[in-house]
Design a protein around this ligand. Sequence first.
Ligand SMILES: Cc1cc2nc3c(=O)[nH]c(=O)nc-3n(C[C@H](O)[C@H](O)[C@H](O)COP(=O)(O)OP(=O)(O)OC[C@H]3O[C@@H](n4cnc5c(N)ncnc54)[C@H](O)[C@@H]3O)c2cc1C
Length: 301
Amino acid sequence: MLMSLEKTVTELVGSDRVSTSYLERIAYSHDLAPIPHNIARLFNSVPDIIVNPQSLDKVAGIMKVANKFQVPVTPRGAATWGYGGAVPTMGGILLDLRGLNKIVSFDEARGLLTVQCGAVWKDIIDFLEKTSWELPVYPSSAPSSTVGGFAATGGLGYGSLEYGSLVDNVESINAILPTGEKMMVDPNSDWVTPRQLFGSEGTLCIFGELTLRLVPRRSSAAPFLAYFHQLSNAVEVANELARKTRPFSLILRAFGFVRAREGALLSPEDAESGAIIFGHYAATPHQVEESLNRFARMVTD
Ligand SMILES: Cc1cc2nc3c(=O)[nH]c(=O)nc-3n(C[C@H](O)[C@H](O)[C@H](O)COP(=O)(O)OP(=O)(O)OC[C@H]3O[C@@H](n4cnc5c(N)ncnc54)[C@H](O)[C@@H]3O)c2cc1C
């Protein structure tokens, strides 16, 4: 069955887009984080075949082949999620979507950008650099993660305190269903809406292309940082900052957590050994200055 599957997929996408090499299959059997040994034994996380399609039509074709052969398909972006979503549990086809990385169209007058799912956020940010528009929301893993991976995991990141999830900023989605049918989905669609597909972790559809609503480029930005002796105070101020000043990014680092990551044991003492909050505001120069003043007042109060 596997040889026949490989032959059919190869006929569809070309031999340079398919791999059954054992080493490559092992490389695709985990994501950014290693799977704990005991859990790994419960699943077959090594895919049987890796496919690297270059168009939405090929993705749709692969889904049809998978249906015919009754094999599972695991979509994968840059594998930065770290919770195993891009890792197979029953072998099958591993769909590496990073080849679908094109900017399809840019409507500069309306601030609409259509991108393929494998596009990396940083490349989109660089593309928009020369325009008067920018992204309202993107993940802090922007240097490597993909648009499809962010949509499939819920889409909350930088900018979300002000603009919500990526789904609140999506005009439409060109989705590929498990049957291999392609479907345009927008907030007014009858059958299914973007909100129902978002966060589905590759189970309900392949996000093929997304049309993103951009926001006018903000003219000013400024960072902020504050240290707190007690974690509880940092949490309180961070909540207040999020509610009242809506920073573009806001990060809280507890030193106990930092130490735990470095291998030391986390004790209640560590958790209370201080924290920093940092981030940045992005808006007009006047708004940024006002936010920084409010930040200074909240921190010193
Ligand atoms: C330093 C760092 C910072 C991070 N910051 C954030 C953050 O700010 N916000 C946040 O939410 N996460 C964050 N993450 C987690 C992760 O980077 C994001 O969730 C990212 O959006 C995942 O994208 P990816 O391309 O790596 O997806 P993958 O890890 O490859 O896949 C994630 C899931 O999406 C599915 N999938 C991938 N592509 C598609 C597609 N086209 N269609 C359907 N399903 C698909 C996969 O099957 C899997 O279930 C961070 C991670 C790191 C390491």
